[in-house]
Design a protein around this ligand. Structure first.
Ligand code: SF4
Ligand code: SF4
Length: 382
């Protein structure tokens, strides 16, 4: 569980990608027989975007991982439950746009179209006791987790553990977002999912990640690595260090550390591959600066004053009239039903909004941005 692989890749055309992935897989499953076994490969397919936009796991990595397991005799299924409508036609269009149709064709893997939920009960300290997840994942013998290295407005960073949120079918994701509007509870759900599904291997696409308004409206940023481990928390720890984040500033890692699920002070970690010496700092989303401020000041300021300050500091969701095509995807996906159409454009009811940023995540036109109020700009950026 304590081994981590980091391999430097120039870009997605790097001829070594296949051999690096083979080394990670061979080393992670020594002598294991995959004949008659089903391997579920779970990339990050957040929404319908092209690989160049760096929102989703690059299809070259997905193809190479699938090929490795197919050569070992496994039946391989590529699948995810992206945000947006819970329909086969939406899934098909996401697979096509993100290059998964190509990855499946090139490797001989299948694409999953079964969005049937499976009710799973379990016992984990301080967490959910029951979750609905994709039956296709539960029915598989192996789960291979392929996250993308990105910043995230709600959870600061999205990598290995957070990628499994896509194993929750369709609009159930919105239901959990609403029930767990508090960040710590939401992170508890992510940890529960990882304990329940226990990914057998996590390999992060950190060749080109996303900085700024991630996970979907930020800017592609070159990092040049693939990072693999059987431990998804370890993958995120290494990625965080590479992009200039302290692992304890990532709420999922912090909570996993506090719950004793993962130790951030473990000195028995074995590093294999190329060592990255220089840090490539990623810009953080506006919303995370606000969350950080709230966290630090909530303990020191009287409650009444705090709620006033929050009002002046709260990030503002702005819907661009120019970019918006009135597709209604944000409205259909808003867990709090805080969005309504006015004059064919979405408008947010701030009293209902739980600041989950799903609307920003899913908008196919990047028409949703998070703006900083004047006081926040002065506090965080002057
Ligand atoms: S903001 Fe984006 S998701 Fe919402 S209606 Fe406009 S284009 Fe569609
Ligand atoms: S308006 Fe956007 S940020 Fe607010 S609850 Fe709805 S999806 Fe989440």
């Amino acid at each position: 569980m304590n081994k981590v692989f980091t391999y430097k890749c120039t870009d997605y055309k790097d001829a070594s990608i296949g051999s690096y992935l083979k080394q990670i897989i061979d080393d992670s499953f020594p002598g294991e027989v995959f004949n008659n076994k089903t391997v579920f490969v779970k990339p990050n397919l957040l929404t319908r975007r092209n690989p160049e936009q760096a929102v989703t796991t690059h299809p070259v990595l997905v193809k190479e991982v699938c090929l490795c397991f197919i050569k070992k005799g496994a039946k391989v299924i590529i699948g995810d439950s992206p945000g947006g409508p819970n329909s086969i036609s939406w899934l098909k269009s996401v697979y096509k746009a993100t290059g998964m149709t190509w990855a499946a064709k090139e490797s001989g893997a299948e694409l999953n179209y079964d969005l049937t939920p499976s009710n799973q009960s379990f016992e984990i300290k301080n967490s959910y006791k029951e979750l609905q997840v994709l039956k296709a994942v539960v029915d598989s013998d192996y789960l291979i987790n392929l996250p993308k290295c990105k910043t995230h407005g709600l959870t600061v960073f999205t990598g290995g553990p957070k990628n499994l949120y896509g194993c929750i079918p369709g609009l159930l994701k919105a239901k959990y977002h609403l029930e767990l509007a508090d960040l710590e509870n939401f992170c508890g759900l992510i940890i529960s999912l990882n304990e329940l599904l226990k990914p057998n291997l996590t390999v992060m696409d950190a060749i080109i990640g996303m900085e700024g308004e991630g996970p979907s409206s930020g800017t592609p940023k070159y990092l040049g690595y693939i990072i693999g481990s059987k431990n998804p928390y370890l993958v995120d720890t290494i990625a965080a260090q590479m992009i200039g984040l302290k692992p304890l500033d990532i709420p999922v890692l912090k909570l996993a550390h506090e719950l004793g699920i993962f130790s951030l002070t473990d000195d028995s970690i074995i590093h294999v591959g190329h060592t990255k010496k220089e840090v490539v700092p990623f810009k953080m989303p506006v919303a995370t600066k606000y969350a950080d401020f709230s966290d630090r000041f909530a303990k020191r300021v009287p409650q009444k004053l705090l709620s006033r300050i929050y009002k002046w500091l709260k990030p503002v969701l702005v819907f661009s009239e120019e970019k918006c095509t009135s597709c209604k995807l944000c409205i259909e996906s808003c867990p709090a039903s805080a969005l309504k159409m006015y004059n064919k454009k979405p408008k947010v009811n701030v009293k209902e909004c739980i600041y989950c940023y799903c609307c920003q995540e899913l908008c196919p036109k990047s028409a949703v941005s998070v703006k900083k109020p004047a006081l926040a700009r002065w506090l965080f950026y002057h």
